[in-house]
Design a protein around this ligand. Structure first.
Ligand code: FPP
Length: 243
């Protein structure tokens, strides 16, 4: 079956290329991240217009702590700025922001700004933005395993009943659906530890466009490519079944 008319329910974006974008303009790396936050705003708007209900964005990974303290601090400040400046407009546009990742590992003001943003936009229903901050796919799965082990030890669940569904219920992304489409900008072809469990059957599209340059037209191009793909989830295609 080809999904000619189908739009994804959940798009996940790996926003890569901010550094190269800044370097090409002789700008500071942080200016690239700032332009990246503007690109995210545009993609959020486009998703609301296309009635796509879930968007995930990889804003800061568990590996990003290895960057210079100046860059890390700049990114943390950008989170606070984004949370404070965008809250009103996001809410007005029906966008609910759900941070995913270990907020307890963030500087206190960044964690509080993100929690406040979640609280403030919590009633919105048009688009859910899963904002991954201090997020890693391995950390997500490990944390789920630890919670499940604790619950099993306490007799709250039977270890024999632990399957993919149970693991999924203990991930940061619960109760939201898995991404159907992962878009990575900047030309790389890796997941880089993003939603390793959730993206098992997602279509992956790599775009050469650097994230700060990513526009609505680039998103629509990715959606056309997505529609042309055949999603089989490990089964045989309709043609194979008939043939
Ligand atoms: C990778 O680009 C991008 C990041 C490490 C951070 C992504 C963050 C944003 C787009 C903005 C923050 C979002 C919010 C909500 C405030 P890179 O710097 O590794 O690019 P490069 O590969 O060209 O060096």
């Amino acid at each position: 079956m080809t999904n000619d008319d189908l739009l994804p329910t959940h798009i996940a974006v790996i926003m890569d290329g901010n550094g190269r974008w800044a370097q090409a303009r002789g700008l500071d790396h942080l200016e690239g991240h700032r332009a990246g936050a503007d690109a995210l705003r545009r993609v959020i708007t486009e998703c609301t217009e296309l009635n796509i209900p879930y968007l995930s964005a990889f804003a800061f990974s568990t590996e990003n702590w290895r960057r210079s303290s100046r860059e890390v601090e700049g990114l943390m400040r950008l989170m606070v700025e984004f949370a404070e400046k965008e809250a009103e407009e996001l809410k007005q546009n029906g966008v609910r922001v759900v941070p995913i990742g270990d907020l307890s590992g963030l500087p206190r003001d960044s964690a509080e700004a993100l929690r406040a943003l979640r609280q403030y936009t919590g009633g919105s229903e048009r688009l859910t933005l899963l904002l991954a901050v201090n997020y890693g796919g391995r950390a997500d799965i490990s944390r789920a395993a630890a919670i499940i082990a604790r619950r099993a030890a306490q007799g709250e669940l039977d270890p024999n009943q632990v399957d993919a569904g149970v693991v999924s219920q203990h991930l940061y992304t619960h109760p939201f659906p898995d991404p159907d489409l992962v878009i990575r900008t900047g030309g790389e072809m890796r997941l880089s530890n993003f939603m390793l469990f959730q993206a098992a059957y997602a279509e992956f599209i790599s775009s050469k466009v650097l994230w700060p340059d990513f526009r609505a037209a680039d998103l629509r191009r990715a959606l056309r490519t997505y529609r042309r793909r055949e999603r089989r989830f490990g089964t045989r295609t309709q043609t194979q079944k008939e043939g």
